[in-house]
Design a protein around this ligand. Structure first.
Ligand code: SAM
Length: 213
């Protein structure tokens, strides 16, 4: 496993070169074993800075994307964070490593059970739901932070409603193949400030307030 350790060191230094500054985020990503979330046949690619295929035709996001989105959310310990698109569960664990109380929603049952199993094996306490995350998760709202890890055509209204005042949301918005990473900050009951970053590529957010299946 020595080569994994070396690849991991290289990835962290690459992320710094690409502009990730938060030591907290880099340290969380150092601690979560990405190699455990992917198929053993592509184990050698665990710490390459690329998205990788997981079951059900979905992907585990590129490490740079995980670092970028997590850094923009500026997570502090004890925050209540809603994640839409559990996928492999890797991003949820990075959020949990930062001390967040993570509520994660996934629409595909196989992935819901796959990630549930990973959380148990790795000892992460993540609250999970199977369903359409474009409705958010009202039972635990409002949230300090919201992260959408699938490409949306627009911001689902329900998710905006479930943000606390001063909460932040990070969401890729665009068409089915390319999206603009967008940060939304809620200043008051009615005022939301939007900041746009560069383009990213996600699988589509499928649901009532997302893309049609
Ligand atoms: N965060 C994941 C990780 O660390 O592996 C990567 C997520 S993957 C790029 C996007 C995920 O969003 C897929 O698992 C997909 O099934 C899920 N998804 C798409 N639309 C959804 C919806 N409406 N509600 C919940 N999950 C959704």
């Amino acid at each position: 496993m020595d080569y994994i350790q070396k690849q991991k060191e290289k990835l962290i230094s690459d992320l710094k070169l690409k502009g990730i500054k938060s030591e907290k985020v880099l340290s969380a990503m150092w601690k979560v074993p990405r190699e455990r979330f992917i198929d053993q046949s592509i184990l050698g690619q665990s710490y390459q800075d690329v998205a990788l295929p997981i079951i059900c035709g979905q992907t585990i996001s590129q490490p740079y994307t995980v670092a970028f989105m997590t850094e923009k959310l500026d997570i502090s310990s004890g925050m209540k964070v809603l994640e839409i698109g559990t996928g492999s569960g890797y991003q949820s664990c990075v959020l949990a490593e930062l001390g967040a109380n993570v509520y994660s929603v996934e629409r595909i049952d196989e992935l819901y059970f796959y990630s549930q199993n990973m959380f148990k094996e790795l000892g992460y306490n993540i609250t999970q739901k199977l369903g359409d995350g474009t409705f958010g998760w009202k039972d635990f709202a409002p949230y300090d932070r919201v992260m959408i890890t699938a490409g949306a055509p627009e911001t689902p209204l329900e998710l905006l409603k479930q943000m606390k005042i001063h909460a932040k949301m990070i969401i890729p918005i665009g068409n089915k193949t390319l999206q603009i990473m967008t940060l939304i900050e809620r200043n008051s009951e009615t005022e939301f400030i939007t900041t746009k970053f560069s383009q990213f590529r996600f699988v589509p957010l499928i649901g009532k307030q997302g893309w049609e299946n």
